[in-house]
Write a protein that binds this ligand. Structure first.
Ligand code: ADP
Length: 447
């Protein structure tokens, strides 16, 4: 087993990885930017190395600095977490060239799945259902219009290199398509340095259902059930739960098999997530695969009892999965709320600053993954997510009850948060009935 792992990330996920390493008797190295000197991950790791100024491009995205930090400290593996360099194939390749194990898939696997239009092509070749649309990327707006006319409006145009809901636009007719193509490709160019676009039929009111995959280096691939991530604002997840209220055992089996097939199509290894859209008549379509651990991984951990971060480390170490699909049991119900420092009444504007008072909930089967503490100053530089509140109970109804009690105890003073917004969301009748889709929040906010 590795004796030292460098964590190329910050915030709650860095802390989560440090904890897993500690339980596995693995030494940890944190890297931090100048503004993160007092951050929890910097303090909790066995060693910490400053890698530059606050802007991510000068620190958490700087491959040379991170590799140097690993070499100087003698770390023999790097965990990238999510965001930052986690889906950067060049980084994964440089790690391997420097004899440092990248905890994740190979750079080549990332290249095959990371480009969303190429991934679509791979799925089509393997008879995996994708949303009707362009075969791969389109060459220009005229081609996009031609395809839209064939499949019918509304359509959604997406950036091949996209992520985080950016570089995506819906179009209801050709005029809109001409306009949105321009704005979406410009957004993609500036955010990802790549303005390649593709077209999909816009599915109305779908559920976002994703399957957690774990695959070892010897071809053993399993899924750990689904997560329902339909609660979204601007295509960004707000709340996630497992199992989904929309999935029967039969559909889980069917979608799970397709998800495993998608991963096997590229001989995928380590943890990954296959994302689908599910319509109300039970048809489902692949949209993308994320080649990393996800923010919402804890809900899967709660219902399967499997520690996904430890699983990632063991697989990267060359361990064989010591269970197969039939050994995986989904038990009970888990829900996660993303707690952000933002102001919902001001367009969800980020609210960085000093935390003057903090009380986080706890109790049986109540988990808070966070890196904030009383007196901590949330920097304006990074993502606004400050905590994840996850609860587990025997069924959905009890889990919602527990979530209500737990969120009522969550007090953050000094900055604005979305806690009250989340409270209203989980007390909405449709949510309680499990009856919601990706357009839910938009309508919820119009009320
Ligand atoms: P990103 O990589 O930016 O996260 P995704 O392709 O995963 O983008 O899509 C994010 C969300 O956008 C989905 O969960 C869904 O809500 C919406 N979406 C994406 N494609 C479609 C589609 N074809 N029809 C309807 N909604 C879609």
């Amino acid at each position: 087993m590795f004796n030292k792992i460098l964590i190329a990330n910050r915030g709650e996920i860095a802390v989560r990885i440090i904890r897993a390493c500690r339980e596995m008797n693995i030494q940890t190295v944190a890297v931090y930017s100048e503004i993160d000197k007092e951050a929890l991950h910097t303090q909790l790791a066995d060693e910490a190395i400053c890698i530059g100024p606050a802007p991510a491009k000068d620190s958490y995205l700087d491959i040379k600095k991170i590799i140097s930090a690993a070499i100087v400290t003698g770390a023999n593996a790097i965990h990238p977490g999510f965001g930052f360099l986690s889906e950067n194939s060049k980084f994964a390749k440089v790690c391997e060239e420097c004899n440092i194990t990248f905890i994740g898939p190979t750079g080549d696997m990332m290249d095959r799945m990371g480009n969303k239009s190429k991934a679509r092509e791979t799925m089509v070749e393997n008879n995996i259902p994708v949303v009707p649309g362009s075969e791969g990327a389109v060459a220009n707006v005229e081609e996009a219009v031609k395809i839209a006319e064939e499949i019918g409006y509304p359509v959604i145009i997406k950036a091949s290199a996209g992520g985080g809901g950016r570089g995506m636009r819906i179009a209801n007719d050709s005029d809109e398509l001409y306009n949105s193509y321009k704005t979406a490709s410009a957004e993609a160019k500036s955010a990802f340095g790549d303005d390649t676009m593709y077209v999909e039929k816009y599915i109305t009111n779908p559920r976002h259902i994703e399957f957690q995959i774990l695959a070892d280096n010897y071809g053993n691939t399993v899924h750990l059930g689904e997560r329902d991530c339909s609660m979204q604002r601007r295509h960004q997840k707000v709340l996630e739960e497992s199992p989904s209220a929309a999935i029967t055992d039969e559909l889980r089996k069917k979608m799970g098999e397709v998800a495993v097939k998608a991963a096997k199509a590229i001989n995928y290894r380590n943890a990954g997530t296959v994302e689908f859209l599910l319509n109300d008549t039970g048809e489902f379509y692949f949209i993308e695969m994320n080649t990393r651990i996800q923010v919402e991984h804890p809900v899967t951990e709660m219902v399967t009892g499997i520690d996904l971060i430890k699983g990632q480390i063991q697989i990267a170490n060359g361990d064989k999965l010591d269970y197969s699909q039939k050994d995986i049991n989904i038990k009970g119900h888990a829900i996660e709320l993303r707690i952000n420092a933002e102001n919902p009444s001001k367009g969800f504007r980020p609210s960085p600053g000093d935390i003057s008072f903090l009380h986080m909930p706890s109790g049986k089967d109540i988990r808070v993954d966070s890196a904030i503490y009383c007196g901590y100053k949330i920097p304006p530089t990074y993502d606004s997510m400050i905590a994840k509140l996850i609860v587990f109970d025997k069924d959905r109804k009890s889990a919602i009850k527990k979530l209500n009690s737990a969120i009522g105890e969550f007090i953050v003073e000094g900055v604005d948060t979305n806690i009250d917004f989340q409270y209203e969301l989980i007390n909405d009748d449709s949510f309680i009935r499990g009856n919601y889709n990706t357009s839910f929040i938009e309508k919820f906010m119009e009320r």
